[in-house]
Design a protein around this ligand. Structure first.
Ligand code: SF4
Length: 491
């Protein structure tokens, strides 16, 4: 205490929150033309202050053309001491746990240009300090994709030391880092059966394969690991069953989706993929009374509504699938993003701005009237983006690197008290109905202040997931929900 009072007496003032102050950092050397952004700051009164927003300050400085380095600054003092060391510009803010965080930048004492840039960068961020909520839309990867990734991991472990190569047939959906990790452990991703030799392992991913591919894998003496999503497997089996019964099978979906071949190949010569209303008008079938349709897993159910209605209009006796067999993952994902966007002032879409999924998520947010910004790194966030913003939606696209969402919320937490919430729409199948669960905010961190806690989500006994129980026959047709934007999934 005596030391703290002495420091205050010596400096005549304590740091004011939100006011940028200049100090001196003894012993810290910064080359001219460069700015050092402290990752931690030794406050003589409060001890070590974390600087979670350091990547944001660094981003501002890099945009101004400065080289940036990061380091801890163990102590600082009043510039009136005229001692040796870097000039340091600091502002502090409160944290959600009642602690204090700092935003700071240091430059060589005689580098006036860099000093002006450093002070300006800290001031810009000081202007947007405040209490905020970050509302996460969760992972973009469905249960089927995660199961397939786990199957590949297990196959690699099981084959270790046996001289067997693990091949993954076709596209393996998953985060780029996870796929890179599997490849670094020896898996051959995106390969074909021709790449494998007798004794090797072939993994069929979530979207499944055709019977011909399976037969060829067996004939080549490969060990098959079948990671086909159960919902895709059901659609494959159902297509075969309908064709055996003499039905013409219409698959409402996209021919270029990876699951399409595996499904239509079960009804060889009796299956047609239709994507649009126009496609239903040109459909040729042998018997208009023997037409059934299936929904392609992996695309939002709503997207097939118009084509299904057109099919019903043209073939009144058409039969459709039981809703228990639907894959709800893409619809739930789209609805989750809409719900998060509707409750946010700004939607940060994480990933590559050129990637289709990131563009689709941005479009979903904008359709809800919410500004969307695609970012691939916390340093791309600018003070202007956050001006007047208190609720920030965060939607990870499939091109977002692993851990990016955590980096973003960590950086935002350096701008004042931040509550991190997760909001998710989940369709669950009960014994006799399908219930879209009302979105609730699941607190991702510690306990939320009472005012920020929303009502809990509705509970339901069973979940629509890749391992759900599936019906064994098609039903008379039923109406589908209204269309929405597609969100990529694993099949
Ligand atoms: S999108 Fe649906 S059907 Fe496709 S893998 Fe995911 S859960 Fe399975």
């Amino acid at each position: 205490m005596r030391a703290q009072r002495a420091w205050r007496r010596a400096n005549g003032r304590a740091m004011n929150r939100s006011v940028v102050r200049e100090f001196q950092a003894p012993g810290i050397r910064v080359p001219r033309g460069e700015v050092l952004v402290p990752a931690e700051l030794g406050d003589p009164v409060r001890g070590a202050l974390s600087c979670p927003a350091a990547p944001l300050v660094a981003g501002s400085l890099r945009r101004k053309g400065y080289r940036v380095s990061f380091a801890a600054v163990p102590r600082f003092e009043d510039p009136a001491h005229h001692g040796d060391g870097a000039a340091l510009y600091v502002v502090t803010c409160q944290q959600r746990d009642g602690g204090t965080a700092a935003l700071a930048a240091a430059v060589a004492p005689d580098d006036r240009l860099a000093a002006a840039a450093a002070r300006s960068a800290v001031e810009e961020w000081a202007g947007v300090l405040g209490t905020r909520r970050a509302i996460s839309a969760g992972s973009p990867w469905c249960g089927g994709a995660r199961q397939a990734l786990e199957a590949v991991r297990r196959a690699i472990s099981d084959s270790a030391g046996q001289g067997r190569v693990v091949h993954v047939h076709g596209q393996l959906a998953g985060p780029p880092e996870t796929r890179a990790e599997l490849a670094s452990r020896g898996a051959v991703l995106g390969g074909s059966l021709q790449d494998a030799v007798r004794g090797d392992v072939i993994v069929f991913p979530a979207h499944g394969v055709t019977p011909a591919m399976r037969a060829e894998a067996i004939q080549r003496g490969l060990t098959i690991v079948d990671a086909t999503c159960p919902l895709v497997a059901w659609a494959q089996a159902e297509a075969g069953r309908l064709a055996d019964r003499g039905e013409h099978v219409v698959l409402l979906g996209q021919e270029n989706y990876p699951a399409a071949d595996g499904i239509t190949s079960r009804a060889e010569g009796r299956a047609t993929v239709i994507a649009t209303v126009a496609g239903t008008s040109t459909l040729q079938v042998a018997d208009a009374r023997r037409v059934s349709y299936l929904l392609q897993p992996g695309i939002p159910i709503e997207d097939s509504a118009a084509a299904a209605a057109a099919l019903r209009s043209r073939f009144p006796a058409v039969r459709g699938p039981h809703p228990d067999s639907f894959c709800y993952a893409p619809s739930d994902r789209a609805e989750t993003v809409r719900t998060v966007a509707a409750g946010s002032d700004l939607m940060l879409v994480l990933g590559d701005a050129a990637a289709a999924d990131a563009r689709q998520l941005s479009a979903l947010a904008r359709d809800c009237g919410t500004r969307a910004q695609v970012i691939a790194d916390p340093a791309e966030i600018t003070p202007a983006m956050l001006a007047g913003i208190s609720d920030i939606g965060i939607a990870e696209s499939t091109s977002a690197r692993a851990g990016l969402a955590g980096e973003i919320t960590a950086a935002l937490s350096g701008l004042g008290p931040l509550s991190v919430l997760r909001r998710q729409v989940s369709t669950q199948i009960t014994d006799n109905s399908v219930i879209p669960v009302r979105p609730g905010d699941a607190q991702a961190g510690d306990a939320t202040p009472a005012a920020a806690v929303p009502p809990p989500p509705t509970a339901a006994p069973a979940t629509a997931s890749p391992d759900q129980a599936l019906p064994d026959q098609a039903l008379p047709d039923q109406a589908l929900p209204a269309p929405g934007l597609p969100v990529p999934a694993a099949s």
